[in-house]
Each structure stands twice: as C-alpha cells, then as structure tokens.
Design a protein around this ligand. Structure first.
Ligand code: ATP
Length: 590
C-alpha cells in the first residue's frame, strides 16, 4: 500500500490514496464530492427551515403561516435523500466493477505464477481471497468511499454556517472534533493490529481446513482423524476468539464515539440555553445550531462504525492488490520478446547460464549455477537424492517459478520460461495429476475442449485407458474426480497420459509420475509413456533409475547443483555420483 500504517487507522484525517489508483476512482470521488456538497447544503437548509418553523410556532404563529417553511423543508429533505441515493448508486457501481476487475487480475496472476503460488500462500488462503476476499473488498469500497468524502465535506460546511450564525457554538464544535478524531485514531490503531492478527489466523484456518480435507483418508488410515479434530477445533477457536476481540473493540469504539458525541452536543446545548435565557441569542439561530450539531458529528460516527465493519475488506483489498503486483518476468518482457520466443522444433536450442533459484522463505539457494542446454527432441533424465532440487528444476522449466538470477536463451534470444508461448508448448505430468469433477471425456479433453470424438478415442487407446472405460457403466460419460468414481493411481496417470496424447505439445515435463505406483503398474504404463515421449523434448525427474535406459542424457543433481551429466554409458564409466546411485539401488535389490 502506498500509505503507511497510520493512514489505515486515521481514515477521517487522511484518504487511502491507493483507492485513487482504481479505474474510474477519480471521477467517482469528484462526483461524490459534488453530490455530498449539495447534500450538505440541503442539510443546512433543512435545519434553517425547521428552526424557523419551530420558533415561528413557538412565538404564536398559525400553522398556515409556516406552511411555506414546512413545504421547503420537505422539498430539501427529498433533495437530500435523492443525493444520498445517487451517491450510493455511483459507489455501488464502482465497487461492483472494481471488485470484478480485482478478481480477474488476481486470477490472471494466479495462472501466470502457477502452482508455486498455491504452495507458498496455501490453497485455502488463495481460495478465500478469491471468493470472500473479493466480496469484502467490494463492501469496503462501497461503504467507505461515500463515508470518507462525507467526512471531509459535511462537518466543514456545517462548521462554516455555525461560525457565521453563532461563534461560541462554532468554537465548541471546532474544539471537540479533534478530541473525537484522536480517540478514533487510538482505537483504529488497536483495531488494525487486531485485524492483522485476525487475517493471519484466517489464512491459517483456511489452509488448515483444506489440508485436513485433502488428507482426511490418510488421517483415517493412520487412526488419528479424531485427534486431528481437536487441532481443527483449536485453530477455529483461535479464529473465533480473535473475531470476538475485534467485535469487542468495534462495540467499545461505537459506544465511546456515541458518548463523546453526546457530550459535545450537550456542551453546545448548555451554552446555547444559558445565552438564550440571558437573551444573548435568539431562539431561531439557537434552534438551527442545535439541530445541526448532531449532523456535524454524524459522518465521523458513521465512518467510525463502518471502519470496523469494513476493516477486513480493506485488508482483503490490500492482499488482492499486493498479489496482483507480484513481479513476474512474463510481464517484464516486451511484446517483441514474446514474438521472438519461437516454437519448439527438433532444431531448437535452449541454454541456461548460471541460473539460480531461491524460495522466498528459504535460507539458502535451492538451485545453484545451473548451466545446461536442452536440444530438439532429446530425452533428459533428472536424478538426484531427495531434496536435491529435481522438482524445483522442473517447476523452473515449466515456468511455475522464475529464476532468481542467470540467463536463459532460446535460439540465442533472451527468454523467460513464464512466457505464454513457452507454456502453450509444455505438457506437465506430476506425481498426482489433478482430476476435475467431470466426466472422463471432459477430463481428457480439458486442455483441448474442441477435440473430436475420434481424436479422444485415439488418445484413450494410446494411453491404454480403453480397458477401464469399457467396464464403466457410463463409459466415457462416467463422472470422475471429487464426488465421482475414484480411480487408482495408475488409472489417474493414464488419464494424464491421454490428456498429453491429445494435446500433443512438443515439450513434456514429468515430475516423478510413477513414484507412488507399484512396480507392476509402472511397468504397464511404461510402454504408453515411451510412445508419448516420441517426437518430443522430454525432461523426466525420477528416482527410478530403470528409466535412464531410455534417456539420451542424464543430469545428476546434488544439493541444487549439477554434479555431473552425460549419457548413461559415460556416467557409468566415470564412476561418479550416478554410478554410486546405481550401485546403491542394486544393493537395495540384492
Ligand atoms: N515451496 C518451498 N519453499 C521453500 N523451500 C522449498 C519449497 N519447495 C521445496 N523446497 C526446498 O527446496 C529443496 C529442493 O526441493 P525439491 O522438491 O526440488 O527436491 P526434489 O529433488 O524434487 O526432492 P524429492 O525427490 O523428495 O521430491 C528442498 O530442500 C526443499 O526443502
């Protein structure tokens, strides 16, 4: 956010400048300011007519003789509420449009950053931000803008009029307002702290809940699902008590604001009463000032109340903005650079020079001095001990994360893996491919929805899925994914293979796709997988060394660095890290 912490807690004094950066915000502020000024003038006229009417009746006039004041009073009242209606409508439209844009920008960024951001932020937190966060942001924009503008205009108009009518009352109003505002700032500071804690607790709760749902079967098999219930209760309870704390503060703040306001109005009333009795002021101006006094404090009170109600919206808006402002090299590249990134062909050459990568929350770099070339349609095996950086390297090449330093060139032109052109050419098969809650047909054709039945049938055949589909009651229309038929790990992997066959993209990234399968299932999958590898650049990270037979080149990672690379024969002859791994696996078998 452009403003510091104090700006967030002293809304009556300063405006959240970030709001002005939204599309259409400046005209909205101008329109709201104009309408609020008119509304303020109506309010003063209303008080004048009401004061004149009451003092007229008090001095013995007939109702008929004050009827013109009564009529004018109603006319300005209608005008005033018409202004309120116009302001609300304009702010609603702005909030609606801005929240849609915020969500769109958020989702766009989510797709650019990819799964890495889900790993970092947590799926639950991202889902909450995209759904509830956007609604809260909308409420904040809708409520806060008119209140903020009213706060800057109406008290000033009233104060000018009161000063002009009765200097003493003007002075009381002028002195009491800063006291009220300082009090609001103090409460706001405490509220902001509480809201920060509450938001952090909400993120933990969302992530925890989603993780628990995902891991429910594991927890059940381990016999600790009941035990885990207690953890969920604890996390929920923490969130509940934080919410109650924030609410307590909000109630306290409302009470204190009302109390101070009433006290200030009482000062004005007593001062007016004494001077009225002494004959230093007439009834009509005294009444007008007295009617205006509560209106003078009303915007501050309303802002104070809505401030607490919309604090979570303010925080959500900040989170959404911060997320969409995260830098990616895709955005740093010019359109010309995009065009330069050529389609991957059998002659293509990609060079990585001194590439490093460090996770934001990690202490040391995960990938270091990666110097590696990828050519045409070669098959490259990535191996290394657990934690060596295989998945990170695959994520980097897939464009899910961006290198911290180093250069990447595609056909001798600077290039970033996160470009759309690159991603459109990549198929990624992870250990657990995601199955959408849809039919098998839709799942297979997810990345190519316009595929014909014949193309899908060919992909099914190539992936060896026809045996399964023939036995399903609904065939290709069988529902799978959450809520549908559960597939085995091998069957899920075959769906992923069918997707890859159908997409037929020239680059294939595999991150331990068979690690969770038994050896028989892996053996059954090997033949369709090898068929899929044909005419593609394949980068295959795995622990299972038997795949290295089919690789043109092997890259051995150790502690984030390339320990050695070459063909299988070369590495065996070299008797280095790869040789040691083969020996270790063979010893494990013997
Ligand atoms: N999101 C993350 N944030 C911080 N550190 C991470 C993150 N993901 C991985 N790491 C760390 O980076 C290092 C490399 O992890 P990576 O998953 O790439 O290794 P790997 O070789 O694929 O391991 P495995 O074979 O067990 O899957 C590890 O030390 C890991 O703890």
């Amino acid at each position: 956010m452009a403003l510091g912490k104090l700006d967030g807690v002293s809304p009556s004094l300063s405006m959240d400048r970030e709001l002005l950066s939204y599309r259409g915000a400046k005209p909205l502020f101008a329109l709201t300011a104009l309408l609020t000024t008119l509304q303020g003038l109506c309010l003063i006229l209303q008080a004048i007519f009401l004061g004149r009417m009451i003092s007229g009746l008090f001095s013995g006039k007939q109702i008929a003789s004050v009827s013109s004041d009564l009529l004018l009073f109603f006319i300005v009242m209608v005008c005033r509420y018409f202004m309120v209606f116009l302001i609300k409508r304009a702010c609603y439209k702005f909030a609606d449009r801005t929240s849609v844009e915020l969500r769109r920008a958020f989702l766009k960024k989510l797709f650019i950053i990819g799964p890495q951001s889900a790993k970092r932020e947590g799926t639950g937190a991202l889902v909450s931000l995209a759904l509830e966060g956007v609604l809260q942001a909308r409420r904040y924009l809708e409520l806060f803008i008119p209140k903020m503008v009213a706060n800057g205009i109406i008290p000033v108009l009233i104060l000018i009029y009161v000063f002009w009518t009765d200097r003493m009352s003007g002075l009381i109003l002028l002195i009491t307002m800063p006291v009220l505002i300082i009090f609001m700032i103090l409460l706001g500071l405490a509220a902001q702290k509480k809201m920060d804690d509450r938001w952090a607790s909400y993120r933990v709760l969302s992530n925890h809940f989603i993780d628990s749902l995902r891991g429910l079967s594991t927890l059940y098999y381990l016999g600790i699902s009941k035990l885990h219930m207690r953890t969920i209760n604890r996390v929920s309870d923490k969130y509940r008590s934080m919410t109650m704390g924030t609410l307590r503060l909000a109630f306290l703040s409302s009470f204190a604001l009302d109390f101070f306001t009433m006290l200030s109005i009482a000062f004005v009333a007593v001062a007016l009463g004494i001077r009225l009795v002494d004959g230093h002021i007439l009834l009509e101006p005294a009444l007008t000032v007295l009617i205006l006094a509560p209106e003078y404090f009303l915007p501050v009170r309303e802002l104070g109340q809505d401030y607490h109600a919309t604090l979570d919206g303010k925080e959500a808006t900040k989170q959404l903005k911060d997320y969409t402002n995260l830098p990616t090299d895709l955005e740093n590249m010019s359109e010309a650079d995009h065009q330069k990134s050529l389609r991957w062909t059998k002659h293509a050459l990609l060079k990585m020079h001194d590439v490093t990568f460090q996770y934001t929350d990690a202490e040391k770099t995960t990938l270091r001095e990666i110097n590696m070339n990828l050519r045409g349609l070669e098959k490259v095996g990535i191996i290394g001990a657990s934690g060596a950086g295989k998945s990170t390297l695959i994520d980097l090449i897939g464009g899910f994360i961006s290198a911290s330093s180093g250069t990447v060139q595609l056909n001798d032109q600077n290039f970033a893996f996160s470009t759309q052109r690159w991603r459109e050419q990549v198929t990624y098969i992870p250990q657990h491919p995601y199955l959408f809650s849809a039919t098998i047909r839709d799942n297979i054709a997810f990345y190519k929805p316009d595929a014909t039945d014949q193309q899908i049938a060919q992909a099914v055949q190539a992936a060896g899925l026809n045996g399964l589909i023939d036995h399903l009651p609904e065939g290709m229309d069988e529902q799978i994914g959450s809520g549908g038929r559960q597939l085995s790990g091998g069957q899920e992997q075959r769906v992923a293979l069918a997707r890859a066959f159908l997409c037929d993209r020239p680059i294939l990234l595999l991150d331990e796709p068979t690690a969770h399968l038994d050896i028989e299932t892996e053996y059954e999958l090997k033949q369709p997988m090898l068929q899929l590898f044909e005419n593609k650049l394949v980068i295959f990270a795995t622990h299972r060394l038997h795949w290295m037979e089919q690789m043109d080149r092997i890259v051995v990672l150790h502690n984030g660095k390339i320990a050695e690379s070459g063909t299988q024969d070369e590495l065996i002859r070299k008797k280095g890290a790869y040789f040691d791994m083969v020996c270790a696996q063979l010893e494990g078998l013997l």
